[in-house]
Ligand binder design. Sequence first.
Ligand SMILES: *Cc1c(COP(=O)(O)O)cnc(C)c1O
Length: 571
Amino acid sequence: MSTYTSIDPFIKEPKIAYFSMEIGLKNEIKTYSGGLGVLAGDTIKSAADLRLPMVAVSLLTKRGFFKQELDPFGRQKELPDEWNPANFMVRLADRITVGIESRDVQIAPWLYVVESATGGKLPVIFLDTDLPDNAPEDREITLCLYGGDATYRLKQEIVLGIGGTRVLEQLGFEIKKYHMNEGHSSLLTLELLKRYKKNIEDVWDERLVWDVDKVRGLCVFTTHTPVEAGHDKFPYELAEKTLTDSDVIPMRVIKEFSGQSSLNMTILGINLSNYINGVAKKHGEVSKGMFPGYEIHAITNGVHSFTWTCDSFKRLYDKYLPGWANEPEIFVRVGRIPDEELWGAHMEAKKGLIDFVNRETQAGMNYDTMTIGFARRATAYKRADLLLSDPERLARIGEGRIQIIYAGKAHPKDEAGKDLIQRIVEIGERLKDRVKIVFIQNYDMDKALKLISGVDVWLNTPMRPHEASGTSGMKATHNGVPNFSVLDGWWIEGHIENYTGWAIGPSPDVPADPARDADDLYYKLESTIIPTFYSDKKIWIRIMENAIGKNAYYFNTHRMMRLYVTEAYIR
Ligand SMILES: *Cc1c(COP(=O)(O)O)cnc(C)c1O
């Protein structure tokens, strides 16, 4: 429980405001659904460790995303995932209002403080509309993460972008940069346009009253998806009905910035930011193709090293690489760790995972079999079933030699994602006497840490170029677990064949060939990965070491935040 009940200690110096629809700080604060939220949480933790002047803003989604359960047929069911904010944070007395559907909606800020071992303290403001003075439907606006229809989503984005900006002002923050983590918070640019409107009369062109350069100078936009459907768009008819705040700029002006055909949150955000970036080098290039004419940079994602290192590796690093958690560059000295101790730390994590899996599933997995892990959102482009595409071949290669652990939630409306989960469960049942395949229900941050540290190989098989970055593979490398992955997102930068891990399919500069990916996956598993694991432990441990010294060394949010500071925040 945070001891801070007042905002006063935090408003003394100008801040970078980091806006994100979801934030995953810890498992019990269920304001996250997956990769985007966990990245936001890791960003905030590194900012606190590095004592950056930052304040973060998100929604207080008290009902969470959802709790996943599978029925006997392997079909996903979604249950509410309630949590109690008062156990972690304090509701401040301040209130601001924003006009939605011609009603005044009140917003209350909650204060959570991330406290770093370095002494850094970073306030996180969670916005809440569940107040007695609000209409019943408005009380629900900040309840569910990614729930409801387009209207519900737009209301949430009004609360986040416009409400969040007003809350910061009301609380007394002076903001020198607004960082939009994805387009959900892009409406904040409208609030800034209004705030910095030029005080001139009789202008011949109305556009001249909007101080676009001023707003751009204040804004940074990070895009996270190379998939067109991943960008939020709202019909203007809906926007006119919903965004009724009397203080907001006229819709015809908004259209100048957010596209003529629909209110496109990405277009709005990038038109009003003077630093725009993708989340890996390749994703930066792909984004340039999607948004021609814009200067788009790339800052490759990372993970928070301390959060994503399991206990046995923390002890190992504390012994041989002291200072690693606040200076992950120290991983470059990984060679100082004796092989037996590295392997010992890995086996400790692996035993913890296998015991957990056996308790959850009664699968009877064992400690010595090579274990492959795959866990992330279940959605078509991630191709969770690529490894299962030829069950007979998998069984021939893997019988007695591999066991496989799956996890991941499908978005409630993603039927294809739910089909994927069901297929994994069905094939697991079919192959159970030859290759053990389990699906662990209700993937979350705690299970993620168990999985990424306890398996021997971390698998990722996205359809290129749909994986903007991917971060779970970076988490694995912090625990000496090598990646076996399609060359997309971060892995294009992290991969050195047979050295940091292994690639699946062709190199990133030749066209993707999805049909051959499965063949390549099976071939490499059989000819290289399984034989190395069982017959050449020395080489295997060298690869584990390189995962730490070459991958974790770089793919962490400390390095990422230093880049945001020098490339985006202080420009
Ligand atoms: C890290 C993480 C993710 C992101 O995994 P990707 O491989 O990047 O898709 C999703 N969910 C949880 C709970 C995580 O911890």
